[in-house]
Design a protein around this ligand. Structure first.
Ligand code: HAM
Length: 436
């Protein structure tokens, strides 16, 4: 089939091109190093899961589940979803593989793509990546604080400046019913002013009203009763302890009583990570709504395991948005080391030398030397130009005569000085020169 169509990556998705890979590699390395330092092991779950997992975990009225999920029916008739978030799948894996039998808590991390059918705009994509951390099997507030601290450590090790944490507690099954009643009382007389979605949400799940991004609903939220004033003793003490541990580790945080998160699975502590004064802004030209975008967010989810059919197992976790993180790194001028930095360039001239060069290239590569070539080019000038462009320290020049004599010319690129080296010794000589 022939087509004249100019194909592009699907709306809201983008290619990560070679020139950007160094930033991704830097973030992946720092995340893995910090994760291991805090005792996290990596987990990879499938990109597709049973769609019910997200409806049960996140809540049917959560925007991500209700409006943004990519759901499809498989040929076998299963309703599957492209993973919109990582926590539900990790908890499914925890339960499926009996990880409750392991010493608790189990600390797991992942770096994975997520899919949400968003209205694409700066910092909001239909495919994004998260570095996620989950601590499952312990309800001690020390872990909430450790996780938040870890986030700052990731930021620090990446060289990011002015990260700040907003934190809140959204209570538990004990304190929420009373609060829910208060919230209903507050909103009942104001229902007419709510957006269409919130009018529906108020019947199913009034807490969700606090998470609405519509300006009129956000304004109404300002005077709504705060959950933090209605916490039961247990949640109150838990939150107090989290804050004390944060104080102890010197983590700067701001209490935000309006912070609620987009999924139903959260209990007690919730938090988000922002840049201190300069918020990454996502704009929507039509509505003039400019929401500040978080670099990451998370919280405690003590009922999630039970919701997914397992034994009650506490957990706390968070996800960092990799695209937003890399965007900030670039904005703050943070450098990432290049991934491809050849040290030697192999120049060949003539049929015999090209053949010999192939073998020499392999020997150099096996010896751990990063060697570049332009085997497709025949002129010495063109090849040396490529060598210059790559900024190599040395070039090896193999002409017909050298190939017959079993030698090679070694050229120091900075000075242009050349000398003849025996073919058998060349790897050793190059290694020594590179050490200097
Ligand atoms: P979330 O707040 O939905 O939480 O996403 C975490 C982070 O992913 C956000 O703070 C943001 O940086 C990034 N992010 C989310 N959506 C997009 C998007 N459309 N485009 C670009 N970046 C985005 C979760 O997903 C929870 N599973 C986090 C968690 C882990 N909670 C407990 N454990």
């Amino acid at each position: 089939m022939k087509t004249k169509k100019q194909f592009q990556s699907p709306k809201g998705t983008f290619d990560i091109l070679p020139e950007d890979q160094k930033y991704w590699e830097k973030v992946r390395k720092v995340v893995a190093r910090v994760a291991l330092g805090y005792g996290f092991e990596r987990i990879d779950t499938p990109i597709i899961e049973d769609a019910d997992i997200y409806a049960l975990a996140g809540g049917e009225t959560a925007d991500v589940v209700e409006k943004q999920m990519y759901v499809f029916k498989s040929k076998g008739g299963d309703m599957l979803a492209l993973r919109p978030e990582g926590t539900a799948g990790v908890m499914r894996a925890f339960l499926e593989h009996g990880m409750a039998q392991l010493p608790q808590p189990v600390k797991l991390y992942y770096i994975a793509p997520m899919f949400r059918y968003e209205q694409p705009q700066a910092g909001r994509y239909r495919q994004h990546h998260q570095a996620g951390f989950e601590i499952i099997g312990d309800q001690d507030p020390v872990y909430d604080a450790q996780l938040i601290h870890m986030y700052l450590v990731v930021g620090e090790e990446l060289g990011l400046k002015s990260l700040s944490i907003e934190i809140n507690s959204i209570g538990c099954a004990k304190c929420r019913p009373t609060y829910r009643a208060q919230l209903l009382r507050y909103y009942r007389s104001r229902t007419a002013k709510l957006c269409k979605d919130c009018k529906r949400r108020i019947k199913k799940n009034p807490l969700r009203l606090l998470d609405c991004k519509e300006e009129k609903c956000e304004q109404m939220r300002v005077n709504a009763p705060n959950l933090i004033d209605h916490l039961c003793q247990e949640c109150h003490d838990h939150f107090k302890n989290v804050l004390e541990y944060l104080d102890e580790t010197g983590v700067p945080y701001v209490l935000n009583p309006h912070l609620v998160r987009g999924f139903d699975y959260y209990t007690k502590t919730v938090f988000e990570v922002f840049l201190e004064d300069e918020h990454i802004e996502g704009g929507n030209e039509k509505t003039h709504q400019r929401a500040k975008l978080a670099l990451g967010g998370g919280g405690r989810y003590d009922y999630l395991a039970k919701t997914l059919g397992g034994r009650e197992t506490p957990g706390v976790g968070a996800g960092l948005g990799m695209e937003r993180l890399i965007g900030v790194m670039k904005k703050q001028g943070i450098k990432a080391p290049p991934l491809y930095k050849p040290e030697v360039f192999l120049v060949q001239l003539g049929v015999l030398s090209k053949k010999k060069s192939l073998r020499l290239f392999e020997e150099l590569r096996k010896a751990g030397i990063v060697v570049a070539e332009a085997f497709g080019k025949d002129s010495i000038k063109a090849q040396l130009r490529s060598a210059d462009r790559l900024g190599v320290k040395m070039s090896l020049i193999l002409g017909q005569k050298e190939a017959i004599d079993g030698v090679i010319l070694l050229r120091e690129m900075e000075t242009g000085a050349q000398e003849s080296v025996e073919m058998e010794k060349v790897v050793k000589v190059i290694k020594e020169r590179l050490k200097k």
